[in-house]
Design a protein around this ligand. Sequence first.
Ligand SMILES: [Zn+2]
Length: 124
Amino acid sequence: MEITEVKVYPKKIVNDKKLKAFVTITFDNSFVVRDIKIIESKKGLFVAMPSAKITASCPECSRKNPVRNVYCGFCGVKLEEFISNNHEEEHRDVAHPINAETRKYIHDMIMKQYDKVLQEEKII
Ligand SMILES: [Zn+2]
């Protein structure tokens, strides 16, 4: 598996200082993953894979709510008693590497392109 294209969209409007850029990558000219983020942490920049909010169905109206909601956002019923609290995370990766080698490969490819885009912006 090869990354054939990396598109980096640096964030221009700074309302979230930690979020540096959005990234789209293409594998083997045939599979695209969007909504990857470059985020700044105390340890430096890291690549966050696309994630989705974990949801649970309301027992009353069956609509999906984020797991941390205390009340249903649609019908207002209290959810605490119905939705178990054993979810450690509110978000879960939608797509992600499953070994260190692939993680490093993706990280390096994205960072290389990110640096290139930043350099090009300085020139312009
Ligand atoms: Zn409801």
